[in-house]
Design a protein around this ligand. Structure first.
Ligand code: C5P
Length: 220
């Protein structure tokens, strides 16, 4: 049986940093589904396709060739990962991610990956929709201020020009859209373990999750 681990939670809760570490520790694949939504958003912006042009958007997704290589997303043969976390993409991604036709297509790709590999996947609808039957589900939270602070420090360490207030606003706006859209909104799966990461270090969160997983794997 394949190992599937679902990690959901709002923007900036530390999901990708934590999922990467767990993937390394367990020797499994990490799939960052947010990058897939970001890639479609970037291409749509480049091709002037608005979120309400559903036909053009669906055709765009259908012709995009996406796969992961060492945690990076390769689209049509190009590693575009560094272009996906800009403020411009972050500002628009939640609007595109609200479109049912786009989500359906990405969910198919994500399930396909999960059927082929042992994986840890992070996003907003992994435990509730994409991997509803995952053996392990976690829901990470932290206050918006703490999440904005983490993102701010991360961007500063990469010498990016950014403002804490703008990051906080982006996080609050994105959470609102993600939690209130009609298709696959962000919500905790009933059987997910919720971890409030506000006052925990990355290593403490990784250890907490690994302890749950290893305890269960030993009992199988
Ligand atoms: O994970 P990240 O913050 O990079 O995700 C960017 C955006 O992509 C989210 O704010 C959300 O709008 C969308 N997303 C989603 N479902 C997922 C993953 C991401 O709707 N499974």
């Amino acid at each position: 049986m394949r190992i599937s681990i679902a990690i959901d939670g709002p923007a900036g809760a530390g999901k990708s940093t934590i999922a990467k570490k767990i993937a390394k520790e367990l020797g499994i694949m990490y799939i960052n589904t947010g990058l897939m939504y970001r890639a479609v958003t970037l291409k749509a912006i480049e091709e002037n396709i608005s979120p309400d042009n559903i036909e053009a958007l669906s055709m765009l997704v259908d012709r995009m060739d996406m796969y992961f290589e060492n945690d990076d997303l390769i689209v049509d043969g190009q590693n575009i990962t560094s272009k996906l976390t800009t403020a411009e993409v972050s500002k628009h991604v939640a609007s595109y991610a609200s479109i049912a036709e786009l989500r359906e297509r990405l969910v198919v790709l994500q399930r396909n990956l999960a059927s082929k590999f042992d994986i840890i996947m992070d996003g907003r609808d992994i435990g509730t929709v994409v991997l509803k039957n995952a053996a392990f589900k976690f829901y990470l939270t932290a206050t918006p201020e703490e999440r904005a602070n983490r993102r701010y420090k991360e961007l500063l360490s990469k010498s990016a020009v950014c403002s804490y207030e703008e990051i906080l606003k982006d996080i609050i706006d994105r959470d609102y859209i993600d939690m209130n859209r009609s298709v696959n909104p962000l919500t905790k799966a009933e059987d997910a373990i919720e971890i409030d990461t506000t006052s925990l270090s990355i290593d403490e969160i990784v250890k907490t999750i690994l302890d749950y997983i290893k305890k269960d794997l030993n009992n199988l």
